[in-house]
Ligand binder design. Structure first.
Ligand SMILES: NC(=O)c1ccc[n+]([C@@H]2O[C@H](COP(=O)([O-])OP(=O)(O)OC[C@H]3O[C@@H](n4cnc5c(N)ncnc54)[C@H](OP(=O)(O)O)[C@@H]3O)[C@@H](O)[C@H]2O)c1
Length: 333
């Protein structure tokens, strides 16, 4: 194995990323070294690069929250040792060193072995969105709203929810931001799709949420839309804020919270997973892996060499609905 590697690095918030040669990191106790095969660009990576999660060890830092690859070296500890030579899907350690590199060190507990019939491409997007989509369906089953709403619903995650909710009795109201996204979700069989940019959107949403009893709203957008969702929601609605795709400020009328008993709470996958038992997490992972080519499928737009990361970021920001761009080290399968 070589002693240095290509890694994408962020030197400064807002600056273009650079690819440079840095030493291959070595796994410590409970850690593994993954030879990366692929890693997607996700909205959380964009937020990370803007400083949204802080930089635990300062800058420069390698972004990339999840990916897939082969475990080629391990540190001490049973869990790490059991992963030697395994193909894995892996989370990066928060804000320390990401997946957009030839190699990544991460904790063994953040790696999931993948079956031989799962491609590295599928495995690269098999954690963040599928586990979140599954968590949302568990929340729907637990809280039993008569219906629920999701925003930015043409996202990869939104499309998983369209497929999953199609198997449940609880209707899903999808909110998107243009006509082609309405058509996309309708072609997948979604019954309720609203375009937030059409005149009268807020009234339509208020009428549909009341008619169906949609007292759970999953919001990935924030900004002015979050204020509209709060106003349009029925009495007692809970809004789970799980994304901040809009960088605009949000104005909230406190009366909605005080008199209408509506609530806004945050959702963060890692917090959710920490609350689950190890047996629940293992079952969640197994269920997700079984449906990576069906309900939990992610549309991959194309594979991109690490060197082209800045062009890939521009392309992704222009049209996220067109699918994930996968960053792939040279020489990866
Ligand atoms: N909290 C958590 O733990 C957690 C976990 C997983 C995912 N998430 C969040 O889930 C969301 C979806 O992730 P993903 O990977 O599935 O996304 P994705 O596939 O990259 O798609 C993003 C979608 O959002 C739309 N969008 C972008 N900016 C928007 C805006 N300002 N207003 C309305 N729509 C907008 C895009 O439409 P265009 O094509 O028009 O740009 C696209 O349809 C993200 O916010 C992500 O951060 C959160």
């Amino acid at each position: 194995m070589t002693s240095d590697m290509n890694a994408i690095q962020l030197d400064e918030v807002g600056a273009p990323l650079v690819v440079r040669r840095i030493p291959v990191p070595q796994p410590g106790p409970g850690e593994v070294l993954v030879k990366m095969a692929a890693s997607p660009i996700n909205p959380s990576d964009l937020a990370f690069m803007m400083g949204g999660y802080g930089f635990a060890q300062g800058l420069p830092v390698t972004p990339g929250n999840e990916g897939s690859g082969l475990v080629v070296a391990v540190g001490s500890g049973l869990m790490a040792k059991r992963l030697r030579g395994k193909r894995v899907a892996c989370f990066a350690r928060k804000g320390i060193a990401g997946a957009w590199a030839d190699y990544m060190v991460t904790r063994a507990s953040l790696c999931v072995p993948v079956s031989s019939d799962t491609t590295f491409e599928q495995a690269a997007t098999s954690l963040i969105n599928p586990l979140t989509a599954q968590a949302f369906m568990q929340i729907v089953r637990r809280d039993r709203p008569a219906a629920f709403v999701n925003t930015a619903a043409a996202s990869s995650l939104g499309r998983m929810l369209v497929r999953l909710s199609g198997r449940e009795a609880t209707p899903l109201i999808n909110v998107v931001r243009n006509e082609s996204q309405v058509s996309l979700l309708r072609s997948m069989g979604a019954e309720h799709v609203l375009d937030s940019t059409t005149p009268g959107f807020e009234e339509q949403l208020a009428s549909l949420t009341r008619q169906l009893g949609a007292t759970l709203i999953l919001d990935a957008v924030g900004g002015p839309l979050l204020g509209q969702l709060l106003r349009a929601a029925p009495h007692g609605t809970q809004i789970l804020s799980y994304g901040r795709l809009s960088d605009e400020p949000c104005v909230i009328e406190p009366g909605e919270l005080i008199l209408q008993r509506k609530r806004i709470v945050g959702f963060f996958l890692s917090d959710w997973m920490e609350q689950r038992t190890i047996f629940q997490v293992l079952a969640d992972i197994r269920r997700v892996q079984r449906s990576l080519s069906t309900d939990m499928q992610t549309h991959i737009r194309r594979r991109v060499p690490l060197e082209d990361v800045n062009d890939a970021l521009d392309e992704y920001r222009r049209s996220m609905t067109d699918g994930k761009l996968l960053l792939v080290p040279s020489g990866a399968d």
